[in-house]
Design a binder for this molecule. Structure first.
Ligand code: AMP
Ligand code: MG
Length: 711
């Protein structure tokens, strides 16, 4: 699931009067984090005014291509069985519409909620379940007090209210907490918002790919954070304003993984009763509500793929510079245990918690002594009893002129500064003898000679290797801050494509790009999402892009990226507005279509597998590295002497499939870009410059091994 770019938190009210002009409590307050940036809380005097604000924000976020989580602090559903009694069915959304057709509201706040509650109560036997009213003598079908209502067939509280330990019941209409009235006055608004394009209701509707998701929250979950924020504020803040502000901030800081943990795997009851987002995760939300949690990265700008105007064919280096300038990390930090961290990217530099080695120790098996106490000539030293071994230090002091048995890795005992290799000594009669000429400190390692405690051993942005895990483990690090894995969706396009392994008719070809690109992404330590093959059909491709943008941070497509009739990738990206057709002066590779789809960057690669891989390695790789938090990575190239001859025309850079044999770079026999066998034959690329070049046998050429295209 893709995370949310923006978060809205609405503190609803059931008030029957218009709130004062001056911001005050017990009115409607809206907290908003737009694109990762907290906004001032919005104060609304009436529900009608609030609904207008919310409607506008939903529209704005949708237009900007930002994914919005809009949350409300009242129940989205009633305890099991209520919907059936009132509407005849179990669908809670039908009850929303039922209420929407009956509840009236006004600019003064005056409304008919008690009349509607009375009508609902008529569907149940005995008094209730709705109770509490402003006038003892009105609405005879609504009991004034709870006494006498049997909550036997219908529970007083929902399953999630029990989990969240919420004190309120959605049947209580009067006397604080008046949650019951808030639900009656809130659900009709939600029913209207739900009709807006792109809106899905959690947990009743599929929401993974929806650009706008409405969900229920309960501020009680972050009560400790609200309390401490109120205590720290020197002015007299309005509690509701503080609550929505910090709750919006906390929700915006949830990682995609954390959110998905909160939004999925709900109990069965949630299908009818709804669920409080974050119920059971109050501690995490409270922590995120405090100032020290990492903020979400800002979204990419609409013009992040802009190319210099007026250029016909963009040189490769200019295209790379434009990518580098326009992109930034889009992933959030997360914790990771060191043993699981290979291939992950550090979000913070790793600091040694301990020196390596932690104490002076022996590099060999042999005998230790004090260099200054050696007699002149070939020494013969008496051995002390005992020995020093790794993990079992010698706890006495070795007297001057004596030696001690010492093993590799053992801490050097007090009184020893030099170790002689066992093979260079003769032992017998409790003594050792060896030749003169030892250097002071020989065969010992100093404490911290490798790494000092507190030193930064690995920088932010580092893609961790197996060796890095050893280094971190050796210096006492058990857990690191890494970025969440970049999620990359892969889509193949073309009517002619069929799945490898199956049958293929005349004119059909097997989809070769998808397995190649998915594997390449995994090799980079990213999360690859297989979105399948899409025919050359605009609606189907649009749906696939929607789906991909909902689930991934980046989308790679292959095929359909030029400007022809069947080039729907570029057509759709142009339609969406944020698209650039990059005509890059490079062979192999035709135009690359780059754009944003609902905020997710799309790399529209050429369909031809050779061109698709070259464009992936040359352009997508550094761009993805940047998006993933690894910084901009230049591939390491080597100059090798050419094992081939070629005259190259000016005006574009060329990449030849190549490998090293007998110390020379040889290139694949055919440059034909349809020759997939050449990709497999090759072990790297020879890069020929933009200018004209004549390469003779033995001339130096730039060779980039495929291994250099790692992250
Ligand atoms: P296009 O860019 O869509 O015009 O495709 C260019 C060439 O690449 C055509 O010959 C396509 O059949 C071929 N092609 C496109 N996608 C794939 C794919 N996923 N696997 C293999 N060949 C492809
Ligand atoms: Mg095609």
């Amino acid at each position: 699931m893709r995370g949310f770019d923006s978060v809205l938190v609405v503190d609803w009210s059931a008030s029957g009067v218009r709130a004062p002009a001056r911001p005050s409590k017990d009115a409607i307050w809206i907290g908003f984090v737009r694109a990762g940036t907290p906004q001032d809380p919005i104060y609304c005097r009436t529900r009608i005014e609030a609904e207008a604000h919310i409607t506008r924000i939903i529209g704005d976020e949708r237009t900007a291509g930002r994914r919005l989580l809009a949350t409300f602090d009242f129940p989205f559903g009633y305890p099991k069985g209520v919907a059936r009694r009132v509407t005849g069915g179990d669908n809670p959304l039908d009850l929303w519409d039922w209420l929407g057709a009956r509840i009236t509201d006004s600019q003064t706040g005056e409304n008919n909620r008690f009349d509607v509650a009375e009508a609902m109560n008529a569907h149940f036997d005995g008094p209730g379940p709705f109770w509490g009213k402003t006038h003892r003598d009105r609405w005879p079908g609504v009991p004034y007090r709870k006494e006498g209502i049997a909550f036997d067939l219908i529970a007083e509280k929902r399953a999630c209210d029990m989990v969240a330990k919420a004190a309120s019941s959605c049947f209580q209409l009067c006397f604080p907490p008046t949650v019951g009235s808030q639900v009656l006055m809130g659900l009709p608004m939600l029913a209207r918002l739900r009709r807006q394009e792109g809106v899905a209701i959690w947990p009743f509707e599929p929401h993974e790919n929806a650009p706008i998701v409405l969900a229920e929250i309960w501020p009680g979950l972050i009560e400790p954070a609200v309390k401490s924020a109120m205590a720290q504020d020197q002015t007299t803040p309005i509690r509701d304003a503080v609550q929505v502000t910090i709750l919006a901030r906390a929700l915006s800081r949830l990682s995609a993984d954390q959110l998905s943990a909160m939004m999925t795997d709900l109990p069965e009851a949630a299908r009818e009763e709804a669920w409080i987002l974050g119920a059971g995760h109050g501690e995490l939300l409270s922590k995120l509500a405090q100032n020290d949690a990492p903020p979400a990265p800002p979204p990419l700008r609409d013009d992040c793929f802009a190319m210099p105007a007026g250029v016909d064919w963009t040189p490769v280096d200019d295209a790379l510079a434009a990518l580098r300038a326009g992109l930034h990390p889009v992933v959030r930090p997360a914790h990771c245990a060191v043993p699981d961290a290979c291939g992950r990217i550090l979000a913070e530099g790793a600091m040694a918690r301990r020196a390596n080695p932690p104490t002076p120790n022996s590099a060999v098996d042999g005998y230790g002594f004090a260099h200054g106490s050696l007699p002149p000539g070939d020494p013969v030293l008496p051995l002390v009893a005992g020995r020093a071994a790794a993990g079992v230090p010698y706890d006495g002091k070795v007297p001057p002129g004596h030696a001690i048995r010492i093993l590799t890795g053992a801490a050097v005992p007090v009184g020893v500064d030099t170790v002689i290799l066992e093979e260079d000594t003769r032992e017998g009669g409790g003594q050792i003898a060896f030749r003169a000429g030892m250097k002071r400190g020989a065969n010992t390692r100093e404490a911290g000679e490798d790494v000092h405690a507190g030193a930064e051993i690995l920088p932010k942005g580092r893609a961790l290797t197996p060796a890095d895990l050893a280094l971190m483990a050796a210096t006492g690090i058990g857990k690191v801050d890494v970025f969440e894995r970049l999620r990359v969706a892969v889509i193949s396009t073309g009517d002619e494509l069929v799945e490898a392994g199956g049958a293929a008719d005349l004119g059909q070809i097997f989809d070769a790009n998808r397995p190649m690109l998915l594997a390449q992404i995994r090799a980079w330590g990213m999360e690859a999402l297989d979105m399948g093959r899409i025919p050359d059909d605009r609606a189907a491709l649009r749906a696939a892009l929607d789906d991909a943008a909902g689930r991934a941070d980046v989308i790679l497509t292959s095929g359909g990226a030029s400007a022809g009739d069947e080039d729907h990738v570029s057509a759709l990206l142009s339609e969406a507005g944020a698209m650039q057709q990059w005509r890059i002066a490079l062979k192999p590779g035709r135009p690359l279509a780059l754009g944003l789809w609902q905020g997710a960057p799309v790399f529209g690669l050429p369909g031809n597998p050779v061109a698709a891989l070259v464009c992936t390695l040359i352009f997508a790789r550094p761009a993805l590295g940047l998006l993933a938090g690894a910084g901009w990575q230049e591939p390491q190239a080597f100059y090798m002497s050419a094992g081939f001859e070629k005259a190259k025309k000016p005006g574009r850079r060329e990449y030849l499939r190549a490998r090293i044999r007998d110390g020379r770079a040889e290139v694949f026999a055919s440059e034909g870009s349809g020759r997939i066998s050449g990709l497999s034959w090759a072990e790297g690329l020879v890069e020929l410059p933009d200018a004209a070049a004549t390469i003779r046998l033995g001339d130096p050429v730039r060779y980039i091994p495929f291994g250099s295209f790692a992250l």
